[in-house]
Design a protein around this ligand. Structure first.
Ligand SMILES: [Zn+2]
Length: 499
């Protein structure tokens, strides 16, 4: 930590020492912790954040009307839930006298206070001197280092002087660790932005302690790396974030791709738990608008997602429009079909209307409608199956399956849907992309699969991906592209409003 404070130039720029304290903070005065409001920091005074799993029951003490007075009067640190108490002791050892814990610093029985905190979360984690991450605890009583038993202990080999231990699990990259049981914290959707925004994180895992800042990563077992800094070594904070801010559209797709795979206790938190990152992104997109998880100025790119998971359905009563990935509850998340899509020239956003609710960075809206213009193609529900990739087939006599394949991916499990598709029911596909801008040949394509719910008004029910089938046709890429371009050019162009 000292090395970071004194020698890491990048870390100093990104996290100057004097920062304002959050609205509420736990002031640590051993052996007690006091809840303070609007505390003015002394020079050089800073604070730490705790990142932890609430567990199914939640912490045994939370800030509510009933506990407020007790917390203001101060509680013995030893009486706090184990994870909180251990985090407080770590802070004191590091000379940090203020600790922010969501459960104790946001009123848990006051929706307005909660909303305000969710909207200002970006600053809380970004301005913290360090974040303590309880990586393995499944609840607030598990402490910072729950035991994995003997699994990783050093053992002496019989009749030798050799000592061995099972290798520590490789520290996961910052998102999407494979094993949900070993790193439960990193699978919590709320934690995603906490890890991305914190300038320094001390990870307490069952095996060892790992330090990460923008310059360095150090583990107890001797592992050293460059931390979550990117290779380009940007000194300019505006360029820092993941190194991808230079291309905010691609950066947001990476964020959503990763975030959409994570778990939430309350699906209604899907947008609030990303609000801090949206807030950060807003600083880079000043003339843009954040609408239900997508951005107005890159709307046509942002709605080009495909579900990559299973067990998916539309979140009931969410008011999130069907063209937003955030309208779905899913395991496995979404992916973007093309990172730099080449948008078909006849495709236009005719209108985008909505009413925003609450702070802009939560992206909460109602009555959101987009009206798009573009080539339309008919699909019918397949006779054989009503789910999976072959649930629909193209209903167009010009379509030659020897040249292209259309693969449909329903957004939801249609069989279980309230009104499953009826055999031979007609659906519309609005084609958006005819490939990618990255390569010379842009073979392939993407569209939205839509169901008409009233005159001219549609909901999104899936995605359509177009693949050339050269193995059947023997066509070269450029001929495939020509075929696709001609096929799309022959399609009627129409307008659809999607809610
Ligand atoms: Zn550093």
């Amino acid at each position: 930590m000292e090395d970071c404070v004194q020698n890491h130039r990048k870390c100093k720029v990104l996290n100057p020492r004097n920062s304002t304290l959050p609205k509420r903070i736990l002031q640590l005065r051993a052996p007690r912790a006091f809840l303070k409001e609007h505390l003015q920091p002394r020079p050089e005074e800073n604070y730490a954040c705790l990142s932890h799993c609430w567990g199914p029951q939640g912490p045994t003490i939370k800030l509510t009307r009933n506990t407020e007075e007790t917390l203001h009067r101060g509680m013995p640190i030893d009486d706090l839930p184990n994870t909180f108490a251990e985090a407080a002791r770590v802070c004191l050892k590091l000379g940090i006298t203020n600790l922010w814990i969501d459960a104790l610093c946001i009123r848990q029985d006051d929706v307005d206070d909660w909303r305000e905190a969710a909207a200002t979360m970006a600053g809380i984690y970004e301005n913290a001197f360090v974040t303590i991450a309880a990586l393995c605890g499944k609840g607030s009583n598990d402490g910072l280092r729950p035991s994995f038993g003997d699994r990783f202990k050093i053992k002496k080999l019989r009749d030798t002087d050799l000592y061995v231990r099972q290798a520590y699990l490789e520290f996961p990259s910052r998102v999407n660790p494979d094993d949900t049981s070993v790193w439960p914290l990193l699978w919590r959707a709320w934690v995603f932005q906490e890890m991305w925004l914190s300038p320094r994180v001390i990870y307490f895992s069952a095996f060892q302690v790992t330090w990460q800042c923008h310059t360095a990563s150090r583990s107890q077992d001797g592992f050293c790396d460059t931390g979550f800094a990117n290779e380009e070594g940007p000194e300019d904070p505006e360029r820092f974030w993941l190194g991808q801010w230079k291309d905010p559209v691609a950066a947001w797709h990476i964020v959503v791709d990763n975030y959409s795979k994570l778990n939430l206790t309350y699906e209604s938190d899907r947008l609030p738990a990303l609000a801090a990152l949206a807030d950060k992104m807003l600083q880079f997109r000043k003339s843009d608008a954040y609408i239900a998880g997508v951005w107005r100025n890159s709307l046509l790119s942002d709605i080009g997602w495909v579900t990559s998971g299973y067990r998916k359905h539309r979140t009931p009563n969410s008011r999130i429009p069907t063209w937003s990935w955030a309208s779905l509850t899913l395991v496995g998340g979404i992916r973007y079909s093309f990172q730099n899509p080449h948008i078909i020239s006849s495709v236009k956003v005719v209108d985008c209307s909505y009413t925003a609710i609450g702070p802009v960075n939560t992206g909460r809206v109602h009555d959101a409608t987009i009206t798009l213009r573009g080539p339309l193609l008919n699909f019918v529900a397949n006779a054989v199956r009503l789910y999976g990739e072959d649930a629909f087939r193209v209903a167009d006599s010009h379509f030659d399956p020897n040249k292209f394949a259309f693969m449909t991916s329903p957004d939801c499990d249609l069989v279980d849907a309230e009104s499953p598709p009826v055999f031979n029911e007609i659906f519309k596909a609005l084609l958006l992309y005819d490939g990618t801008d990255d390569k010379e040949w842009r073979v392939g394509g993407f569209g939205l699969l839509l169901r008409e719910i009233s005159d001219g008004e549609y909901i999104r029910i899936g995605a359509v991906e177009i693949f050339p089938t050269p193995h059947r046709s023997g066509l070269q890429d450029h001929i495939s592209q020509e075929w696709l371009d001609n096929f799309i050019a022959d399609l009627p162009v129409g307008e659809v409003s999607i809610v």
